[in-house]
Ligand binder design. Sequence first.
Ligand SMILES: *Cc1c(COP(=O)(O)O)cnc(C)c1O
Length: 393
Amino acid sequence: MKKISRFETKVIHDGYDSEQHYGSLSTPLYQSSTFTFPSAESGEKRFAGEEEGYVYSRLGNPTTSILQERIASLEGGEAGLAFSSGMAAVSAVLFSLVKSNDHILCSEGIYGCTFGLLQLIKERFNVDHDLISMETEEQLLQHIRPETKVIYVESPINPTMKLVNLEMVVHVAKKRNITVVVDNTFCSPYLQKPLEIGCDVVVHSATKYLSGHGDIIAGLVAGRKEYIQEVAMTTQKDIGGVLSPFDAWLLLRGMKTLAVRMDRHCENAMKVALQLKSHPKVKKVIYPGVEDFVQKEIAMKQMRMPGGMISFEIDGGKMAAQKIMNQLNMIKIAVSLGDAETLIQHPATMTHSVVPPEVRAKMGISDQLLRLSVGLEAWEDIWEDLEQALNNC
Ligand SMILES: *Cc1c(COP(=O)(O)O)cnc(C)c1O
């Protein structure tokens, strides 16, 4: 197939050649745990890595391979790997990069279960970490130790929407041979391409925007071929968090519309953010697209568009926040994000309830902060639902 370069086309075609599959337009689903060998000798060669071919679906599956090639192409990586969840991807990547007595430097405010994983590997395997705001090069340098092997970044950070300057992080890490891992879940490769900025590994909760339909849990990783192969043959194969072929098939199906969906998510979010800003009961709107967003410059530099996630503060604390959520009709109360449906959640009592209150306060997660994953409905319907809820509280 001729090499294509535009994202909107790649997301539909890359990694799949229908001519190799009886002309099937839709990607075939190889729902098989194992693969037969034409002969005993062939089986011996496949185990020895001397012959191409599938062996067993924990080691590789044709449907999953198409997905892996596609994410690699979209992120600008040499290879990709699919996992049974975003956390299976995050843990396989971290376990592949550190050993006892190593150190991980992490952006403050990372996903709750990633935070939990860091605690676990600290207590059980003596891998230490620091969580820092990663605002300046000096601050990064202050926390880098000789044992620092990984800089782990989320940008935007959930739910405060703080950005980390990826170019700055790469600049510091490259000179010191530190691997930079970016959780790109909030942007998807349509909005942000960390590998092109020089980061080493990208991880995704593909459960969110990549799938886009709220029907699967999945994780994806992209990076250099040698590194991806190593993860595939160690922390993926031996821990075993592989994606099922059916979920790989659903994910390939969902991803085809990623570009058009992201366009609409961003367009809707911008309109809703501006309406929220002009409502008297809303104290603060945090969205990379609004004029007074403090890190506007970084947003313009590393993100194609401001994304579909908005956080906003209202007056009155937890009770008021819960009252507004209960007043909503069309908008659903749920965690997760990136679905067709608009979702709202209350970080202080939901996604970030395990974070100690004083740490939450330091991070900027107040009791009156609400997080909105703006869906694909008519933006007027999203806003009218929010407006009536705000007015009735
Ligand atoms: C949801 C999420 C994860 C975890 O992914 P799962 O698919 O739920 O395992 C990791 N990072 C971010 C930023 C997320 O939003």
